[in-house]
Ligand binder design. Structure first.
Ligand code: HEC
Length: 157
């Protein structure tokens, strides 16, 4: 009995450290891939203030799109976002990045932004990234905020 409990404990620890190792690897890949995002979102993810009252891009810190359902985040990165004329505070444009990021880099950068700048959310694996790319393959234009909201709704299992 004692032995069984001990081996269960060891097995759980082994799984946890495999997860930790995967996450560390994705974070490393993601940090490098985040170079692509930094030009607009800034190294600290806050979106680069342009005084007195404008920004290049919205902050990724505390963003619901970043930390919510990963499908919405994948959609924003893969296809870009249509410029909203109502939001004149934001000077940049969220361009489609599907050609710049392979599944591994997409998974990394998603994991990285979900777990940086005070954000904490689940890991996104290259298998997930591949699935999102497939799911959205027929979308050929930058998406609207409404499309992002739709993708961000939790699916009923
Ligand atoms: C050329 C500038 C630029 C680059 C590069 C860029 N973004 Fe953006 N991003 C923007 C702008 C501008 C918006 C706001 C779009 C709008 O609403 O018009 C935005 C919006 C977003 C949003 C939605 C945030 C929210 O809460 O509204 C996410 C998530 C995002 N970007 C992630 C990324 C990631 C991750 C990368 C790198 C892989 C990246 N962006 C690269 C400019 C950029």
């Amino acid at each position: 009995m004692k032995y069984l409990a001990l081996s269960l404990l060891t097995a759980t620890a082994a799984v946890a450290s495999a997860d930790d190792a995967q996450k560390a690897k994705l974070m490393e890949t993601g940090k490098a891939a985040f170079m692509t995002c930094m030009a607009c979102h800034g190294a600290d993810g806050t979106g680069m203030n342009i005084p007195p009252d404008k920004k290049m891009a919205p902050s990724l810190a505390g963003s619901k799109i970043v930390t919510g359902e990963p499908a919405a985040l994948a959609l924003a990165i893969l296809k870009g976002i249509q410029k909203d004329p109502a939001n004149a505070q934001i000077l940049g444009i969220m361009a489609p990045l599907e050609l710049q990021l392979d599944d591994n880099k997409l998974a990394g950068v998603m994991t990285y932004v979900r777990n940086s700048f005070t954000n904490t959310a689940s890991v996104v694996t290259p298998e997930d990234a591949k699935k999102f790319r497939e799911q959205f393959k027929d979308i050929k234009a930058q998406v609207t905020r409404a499309q992002l909201d739709e993708a961000g709704k939790k699916k009923d299992k």
